[in-house]
Design a binder for this molecule. Structure first.
Ligand code: THU
Length: 127
């Protein structure tokens, strides 16, 4: 799976975003070590703190399908270029990074950007 394709799937997912409060749509798609892909979008709630980010929704779909290792995640927002994951999502991704690491892929006018998760979250939390 090419990262360009993964971004396309994140764009598709962003179209299902439920974000009437922020009007900030996000889509994500994870690629697992098994070569499977799982999409997620953000969905909000009138009780604002219950909002779920697109990235964690995509990770949840992967885990529900029995996956444990994520190689890459593509993230897209029509509202912002190079939309990067929030701090909470970085730690959730850290839990499931593959042995080779985890690439975070964003996009904007200058094409794709690929950032290793360890650059976004140095010294993530481990028990
Ligand atoms: N959001 C995400 O889906 N992912 C992020 O990494 C940051 C924020 C969502 C949550 C909320 O629905 C909207 O973007 C504005 O914060």
């Amino acid at each position: 799976m090419e990262y360009k394709e993964l971004i396309k799937l994140a764009i598709e997912a962003s179209k299902n975003s439920y974000s009437p409060y922020s009007n900030f749509a996000v889509g994500a798609c994870v690629l697992t070590s098994n070569g499977n892909v799982y999409k997620g979008c953000n969905f909000e709630n009138s009780s604002f703190g219950l909002t779920i980010c697109a990235e964690r929704n995509a990770v949840g779909s992967a885990i529900t399908a029995g996956e444990k290792e994520i190689k890459a995640i593509a993230i897209y927002s029509p509202n912002s270029q190079y939309c990067a994951p929030c701090g909470a999502c970085r730690q959730v991704l850290y839990e499931f990074k593959s042995k080779e690491g985890l690439d975070v892929i964003t996009t904007g006018d200058n094409g794709l950007e690929i950032i290793p998760l360890e650059d976004l979250l140095p010294r993530g939390f481990n028990l």
